[in-house]
Design a protein around this ligand. Structure first.
Ligand code: ADP
Length: 684
């Protein structure tokens, strides 16, 4: 077909070897055996000694060598949690924190939420009394600092996947450096990573010790866990492919038809791609009458625990497992039995666009170091193969950067600025960062927070009330502002909470079952409103909440709605309600704008004004009001087919694919923009 390179014989081979050691991991052996076989086990005593004698230990080891699952258990077994404190292990990704906690509670034979637990945004499976090994996202641990600035609940904090260099990881490193000096030697920090510049981390923390560290302790130890890696044979396309999704599925079907036993791991950028790939592989396999020989699974945020676990289950005898995964399987989690990797060469990333002042979600080429990590996943238990859906020329060209740019240099810093201020860091320029952010990003963040009303004009301290509350909410600053204004100013707490909760869950609540599309479409139209996506989402959630709990799931089936998603949004809305009540908004919480949607629209403008766009003369494209980028309505929007389109809109998310798209739109009146942020627009 049209897919160059995915046709017969189009892959060319190149070869690179890894250190080859014997010993394969069988996933059906007892858990205790599996634990002992992991490379980390051979370093157990050495690790414990290093942690005993050094406040900071840096651990480097191949993905899958047992850092994330074993180290916290070794520490627990050695008594580091005996004093009633917890061993914390942070992950950049929510899904990884939850999966690791699942796995470790299984290894220890305990119920999740008891000795082993996890805490991520909007989901907490921990008990302060009993949880001793706690997996959390780095962002969640930073939020815990707001209430417990010295992290006194922890005896050890392990910052895992430090090579990802998220803003939260960078911030956490800086905070831990401060805390280490104050806690006089009773806190241990472990920094672990698949690949990182250990010396750089050492230098950063050493500085703290030579200056004013507790006497009598050593400083930073570096340990590496030698993992086993088998050779991985690389195959490239001879011609660039036009559609990585189609090419991935073809590669999977070809491997399945021709290659010996071994599971397949496919890297795709996002969960939309993954959902589509799963459905189409199913269809392919059915057409070829091979459905009973393939176990098709996926791994991405937003899946249920059972769906996630299925990706780790061994395939039944006679079947081959294929796992379609986001970047989470690159280093964060390890799936045993993978022999073939298909790498589409892309990743979904958030990047800050200085012209518009907004973060965009972009699907872009991965870095060379990512490509090497992805390939390495094929060689863990035996020699493997990687099928790269790009040409070797493209790979050696400048298209693939050597390394990823750390987030602190490419994202909006508003959330970081707000949190640091709430933690008492007044001067953000002089803060001891692990890596200093570009000054223009920092000033843009401060300007943005000031325009929301979160900072005092002169001192740039958080404003009492609004700014402080905004920093406390587990939300991005724009949506947080919508929420606080919705409650306090526009008296539509119920709808504002529903909007923010639905947006926090993300994704489309409308399911389009095959064959019933027209009926499902009609149901979708019942909830749809001309004011746009956010109000449509609010309608859906409120209708769900008004349905008696015991019939909600039938109600969802009847209306072609995703009940798991609505259930999650309902839970989040109750959590947000709880937080707002604690802030003293108890009486406001029951206020609703009823059918007076303009109150909700104005509330949305009060947080999202920077994301305002105006319809162009062509009647379909838009232009950002400040900044001037040309933007388009995303096809998933209820306004995509609307004619005429609203003249002014605000959107929640910008997404760059073939065009720059706006997602989650709301129609607005332009007067509300100047009402919400007079300075922001007069600066133009
Ligand atoms: P690292 O942190 O060094 O990348 P991990 O501790 O995450 O390594 O993984 C060690 C081993 O634990 C993996 O090789 C895999 O066998 C097993 N494992 C990890 N997570 C899971 C899971 N959710 N389900 C099943 N096995 C898992």
């Amino acid at each position: 077909g049209a897919i160059a390179g995915a046709s017969d014989g189009a892959f060319i081979r190149s070869y690179y070897g890894y250190e080859n050691q014997a010993g394969a991991l069988g996933s059906r052996e007892p858990i205790e055996e599996q634990r002992r076989r992991l490379p980390a086990f051979g370093h157990r005593a050495q690790l414990l000694y290093a942690i005993e004698t050094h406040p900071v230990v840096i651990v480097i080891g191949e993905p899958g060598s047992g850092k994330s699952t074993q180290l916290p258990q070794y520490l627990y077994e050695a008594g580091w949690a005996a004093n009633g404190k917890a061993i914390g292990c942070t992950q950049p990704r929510r899904i990884a924190a939850a999966m690791l906690a699942q796995r470790v509670s299984q290894e220890m034979g305990v119920e999740i939420g008891t000795t082993v637990g996890y805490s991520v945004r909007f989901s907490d499976a921990c008990s302060p009394e009993t949880t001793r090994i706690k997996y959390l996202t780095d962002g969640t641990l930073i939020r815990e600092c707001l209430a417990d600035p010295l992290l006194s609940a922890y005896s050890v904090v392990m910052v895992d996947e430090a090579q990802d260099r998220t803003i939260a990881t960078d911030m956490l490193l800086a905070l831990l450096k401060k805390i280490l000096c104050r806690r006089k030697g009773d806190l241990r920090v472990v920094i672990s990573s698949a690949s990182l510049d250990a010396e750089r981390f050492k230098t950063y923390f050493d500085a703290c010790y030579s200056a004013d560290g507790p006497p009598g302790t050593g400083s930073v130890a570096i340990l590496s866990i030698s993992g086993r890696q088998f050779p991985v044979d690389s195959h490239y396309l001879t011609k660039p492919c036009e559609n990585y999704l189609v090419a991935s599925i073809e590669a999977v079907m070809k491997i399945h038809a021709r290659e010996p036993a071994g599971d397949i791991l496919v890297f795709l950028p996002g969960k939309d791609d993954i959902g589509q790939a799963v459905a189409e592989t199913h269809e392919h396999a059915r057409r070829e009458n091979r459905l009973d020989t393939l176990m098709i699974t996926s791994l991405s945020a937003g899946l249920s625990t059972d769906e996630q676990r299925r990706a780790f289950d061994p395939a039944p005898p006679g079947q081959r497992k294929v796992v379609y995964s986001t970047n989470v399987a690159e280093t964060s989690v390890t799936i045993d039995g993978v022999v073939y990797v298909v790498d589409c060469g892309f990743v979904k990333q958030r990047v800050f666009d200085p012209a518009s002042g907004l973060d965009h979600l972009v699907t872009r080429a991965i870095s060379k170091s990512s490509a090497v990590q992805r390939a390495g996943r094929a060689g863990r238990t035996q020699p493997g193969k990687v099928y790269r859906l790009y040409t070797s020329e493209a790979f050696s060209s400048g298209l693939f950067a050597r390394h990823d740019v750390p987030e602190i240099c490419r994202l909006s810093l508003a959330p970081m600025a707000m949190t640091l201020k709430a933690l008492g860091v007044d001067n953000l320029v002089r803060f001891d960062y692990f890596q200093s952010p570009p000054p223009e990003l920092l000033s843009q963040a401060l300007e943005h927070l000031a325009s929301l009303g979160a900072l005092e004009p002169q001192s740039t301290a958080l404003t009492p009330g609004f700014g402080l509350y905004l920093a406390e909410l587990p939300l991005d600053s724009m949506l947080g502002a919508c929420l606080l204004n919705g409650v306090a100013k526009y008296k539509c707490a119920r709808e504002a909470i529903a909007a923010v909760a639905m947006l926090a869950v993300g994704g489309d609540p409308f399911v389009m079952p095959n064959g019933q599309c027209s009926e499902a479409g009609a149901d979708k139209r019942d909830f749809m409103v001309v004011e746009g996506d956010v109000l449509t989402l609010v309608n859906v959630l409120i209708a769900y909440q008004e349905t008696p709990a015991r019939v909600r799931s039938q109600w969802c089936d009847l209306h072609f709605l995703n009940s798991r998603m609505l259930d999650q949004a309902d839970r989040i809305s109750r959590q947000l309600g709880g937080l707002l009540a604690k802030m003293g908004y108890l009486r406001e919480l029951c206020l609703s704008c009823g059918r007076d949607f303009t109150r909700l629209q104005r509330c949305l403008v009060s947080g999202l004004f920077a994301n305002a766009a105006r319809l162009e003369a062509d009647g379909t494209s838009y232009r950002l009001v400040r900044g001037g980028s040309v933007m388009w309505v995303h096809p998933s929007s209820v306004l995509f087919q609307a004619t005429p389109k609203p003249v002014f809109v605000v959107f929640v998310e910008a997404m760059q694919t073939t065009k720059l798209y706006m997602r989650s739109l709301t129609a607005i009146d332009p007067n509300w923009l100047t009402e919400a942020a007079p300075h922001y627009f007069s600066a133009e």
